[in-house]
Design a protein around this ligand. Structure first.
Ligand SMILES: *Cc1c(COP(=O)(O)O)cnc(C)c1O
Length: 359
């Protein structure tokens, strides 16, 4: 069987060019006589792989010099605890915007170590929008403010960044990092699990402003202290070596595509194609208000569970896979991360048109 168009929310598709390159280097990485999976993380050859991945990410995102890039493990889910453990040094207060299931987890974990103020929530309408936020809503006394820039399950995207004054803005960017340009200097911390838009699972990226390092609560485990990893260039213990190598290949691929400006443009075209069809369809309907629609995760429904199931199974038979929606929204969800080519979205829309005409 050939490759399918895989609309999985994560782990997700990777660029074919990247997979091919990894395949060619699989058993003998550039004359080293071994696979990247078999190398010492302290070897010169691996140190270069890690250094290259880091510098490519800095170039891609335009990360300023007063930020550290950390390659960690434990997923974005570990960051829900690491952020408060490391930032609750003064007031033990966090302002968190609740825009879905992942925000709720960030709230629940922060509550274990301090006080959480839920600044605003869109739970009243099944998280189908992003609440209006103004500067006065944020406490200037909080240790950090937290947002989820893209809500993977509900398919919403923050249309801009909230004004939070001098409080460090922390962002869970797991499902839209590298999908569009962001001004990194607006953030205290950006974190993301790799398996959506970066590479294989197992790697967690943390981009942290240097002044936020070294203030962890006393009882913070060594491995959960950002300072441990910043001081050791993410090599305090064995890092997720192969995932770092793959991430480096994806960063190179993204730079070859023209960087985030051109990737953002392509993403807008891809998402536009799908949303335009959804808005014109009399069978399918997008679930998110237009101005908050994600470029990465597109939930849609027919309103009829049986028809949804039929669509999902027929689509899979046509090489359009993993379109089932998250159980909390139902219906379908097409995740169209950076690696999903335009042809994949076109194939999906063509199939949807055909399905509509038959049903
Ligand atoms: C997938 C996801 C997570 C969870 O990531 P893990 O790496 O599995 O812990 C957290 N936040 C968002 C926005 C996600 O999309």
């Amino acid at each position: 069987m050939g490759r399918v168009f895989n609309f999985s929310a994560g782990p997700a598709m990777l660029p074919l060019e990247v997979l091919e390159k990894a395949k060619n280097e699989m058993t003998d990485y550039q004359g080293s006589g071994m696979s990247v999976m078999e190398m010492s993380h302290r070897s010169k050859v691996f140190m270069e792989i890690a250094e290259n991945a880091k510098s490519k990410l800095i170039e891609l995102m335009g990360i300023p010099a007063n930020y550290k890039v950390l390659f960690l493990q434990g997923g974005a889910s570990s960051q829900f605890a690491m952020v408060p453990l490391n930032l609750f040094s003064e007031k033990k207060k966090a302002d968190i915007v609740n825009t879905g299931a992942w925000s709720k987890k960030a709230i629940a974990e922060a509550k274990r170590y301090g006080n959480v103020n839920v600044v605003a929530s869109s739970e009243d309408k099944t998280f189908s929008y992003i609440p209006e936020l103004s500067a006065e809503m944020f406490d200037q006394d909080a240790d950090y403010a937290h947002i989820t820039t893209n809500n993977t399950i509900y398919g919403t995207l923050f249309p801009g960044l909230p004004e939070v004054g001098n409080v460090p803005l922390v962002a869970d960017m797991s499902s839209n990092i590298l999908s569009q340009e962001y001004d990194v200097s607006k953030f205290g911390i950006i974190y993301a699990g790799a398996q959506k838009n970066i590479g294989p699972a197992g790697l967690t990226i943390v981009i942290i402003r240097e002044d936020l390092i070294g203030k962890a609560l006393d009882f913070t485990p060594t491995m959960l202290n950002y300072k441990t990893h910043a001081d050791n260039d993410s090599m305090f213990n064995t890092p997720p070596c192969y995932s770092i190598y793959m991430a480096g290949l994806v960063f190179e691929w993204a730079l070859e595509k023209g960087g985030l400006k051109s990737i953002e443009k392509i993403n807008k075209e891809k998402a536009g194609l799908l949303y335009n069809y959804l808005d014109s369809s009399s069978l399918f309907k997008a679930t998110v208000e237009p101005k908050f629609r994600s470029l990465m995760n597109v939930p849609f429904v027919t309103g009829n569970d049986e028809l949804d199931a039929k669509f999902i199974s027929e689509a899979a038979a046509n090489n359009l896979t993993t379109l089932k929606g998250h159980r909390s929204v139902g219906g379908m969800r097409a995740s169209i991360y950076n690696s999903m080519p335009m042809e994949g979205v076109k194939a999906l829309v063509d199939f949807m048109k055909d399905f509509e005409s038959r049903n």
